[in-house]
Design a protein around this ligand. Structure first.
Ligand code: NAD
Length: 408
């Protein structure tokens, strides 16, 4: 072995030892990764300003493993009244009622939507399992309700036909639709968007997004789910925490993807699954509609790596969320309002980087104030999701480059 090879081999051994020393088997059944609650760092310098006396009448569906029905603070917002709630599981339904103070319960979301007129509901928030999102969203829009839906907007190749139907249902109903992409209101992504919109970044040249969810080496992603929809899920069918670092910053879309993946060693991928998916991690290289390139990762089978992170580089400046810093011409920053304002009194920012409360506030304000346009509308929701579905298709074809269709 020559000297250079020896040094490099020795460095690898030390790196492996350091890794082994840090590595601890993840505890089973512990909710981790992107699911954890992260405290928000509020900038109280910009107080919340009331914009309406009205209250939006809300119905909430789904209090599953992540307790998402109650986690977005509708019960705490001064402009919302939680009228009804539902979960197929009666105990979870009761819990959701207790947590939100909903006046009545229904045995299913479908039933709640059918009775929306009797209850004078204005909107539903759908926090059910991912495979049901698109179908329930369309049904609610067709019943004249505004819709907020947890991510992803639709699930997988088999539901691609529902994409134009969601767009169509929004147009025909004249109601608002939002996908609750938590990345959009992380402090970092919020700042990136405000800086981009103010022109401080120029056009984006390169962007990166990463959603790594710590796994159990034996069982993979050990987070439960209704009817097991998470078991063996193609990572890029759930791309939004990554891809949001471009779409929710610029409002623009990806036009092409090349996705590389290696078959996983974990049994939920090797033993066969409902998705016929062998991949526990998928790494996509996508072209932006404005010409730049991106690297978007979703990983469920790399032990010990956790988090939802991203960064963008523009022609005039960039932003790295590890440093929470804008790198570029900082002289103009004083004139840009790029910090998150406060939420209404009593409204917690909630989990995922303090994004939950802001998503709720953004949507309620859009319903009540015609001059306010919410960030993650139907087009951005579908663009943020569809690129992942095409990325998984690319990975299944050995990394073939595929065009990503426009959703509108
Ligand atoms: N950062 C994020 O944005 C983030 C994080 C976690 C979960 N999520 C999303 O939130 C949603 C909920 O996640 P979860 O882990 O709690 O899901 P889950 O699969 O554990 O639970 C879904 C719940 O919905 C209920 N349900 C299903 N169909 C229903 C129907 N027709 N009517 C009434 N209730 C119904 C089920 O009984 C179950 O309690 C998922 O779509 C997930 O993708 C997003």
């Amino acid at each position: 072995m020559d000297r250079r090879n020896f040094i490099s081999a020795t460095a690898s051994i030390f790196a492996a030892q350091a890794f082994a020393a840090q590595w601890k088997a993840p505890e089973k059944n512990v909710v981790k990764g992107g699911f954890d609650e992260v405290a928000s760092d509020l900038d109280g310098a910009l107080p919340w300003k009331p914009y309406s006396e009205k209250k939006v009448r809300v119905g909430i569906a789904g209090e599953g493993v992540c307790s998402f029905g109650s986690a977005f603070g509708y019960q705490n917002h001064p402009n919302a009244d939680v009228i009804a709630c539902t979960d197929l599981n009666p105990e979870r339904c009761k819990l959701l009622q207790k947590r939100t103070g909903a006046k009545k319960t229904y045995s299913s979301c479908e039933d709640m939507i059918k009775h929306a007129a009797d209850d004078k509901l204005d909107m539903v928030y759908i926090a059910t399992d991912a495979p049901s999102h698109a179908r329930l969203s369309i049904m609610a829009l067709e019943h004249g309700l505004h819709v907020v839906c947890a991510v992803p907007a639709f699930l997988g190749k088999e539901q691609l036909e529902l994409v134009p139907k969601i767009m169509d249902a929004v147009k025909r109903s004249g109601k608002l639709y939002q996908m609750n992409e938590t990345t959009a209101f992380r402090q970092s992504c919020y700042e990136m968007r405000k800086l981009y919109e103010a022109g401080a970044m120029g056009e984006i040249v390169y962007a990166e997004g990463e959603y790594f969810h710590c796994c159990d080496l034996k069982n993979g992603l050990s987070v439960g789910s209704y009817n097991g929809w998470r078991d063996g899920i193609p990572p890029m069918y759930y791309p939004t925490h990554s891809t949001g670092f471009y779409t929710c910053v610029t409002g623009k879309r990806f036009i092409e993807t090349t996705c590389i993946a290696t078959p996983s060693l974990i049994k939920s991928y090797t033993n066969g699954n409902r998705y016929n998916n062998p991949f526990g991690s998928e790494f996509a290289f996508m072209k932006m509609e404005t010409g730049g390139s991106t690297r978007m990762l979703v990983s469920y089978d790399v032990p010990c790596v956790n988090g939802e992170r991203g960064r963008v580089w523009g022609q005039k400046g960039g932003y790295d969320d590890a440093a929470m810093t804008f790198l570029g011409d900082t002289s103009q920053l004083k004139s840009i309002d790029f910090k998150r304002h406060a939420l209404p009194k009593g409204m917690p920012p909630g989990g995922h980087g303090g994004s939950h409360g802001y998503l709720t506030e953004d949507f309620l304000k859009a319903i009540l104030d015609p001059n306010h346009h919410h960030v993650v509308n139907e087009r951005i929701a579908l663009d943020t999701t569809i690129c992942g579905v095409y990325s998984h298709m690319s990975a299944m074809r050995g990394g073939e480059t595929l065009k990503i269709p426009a959703v509108s």
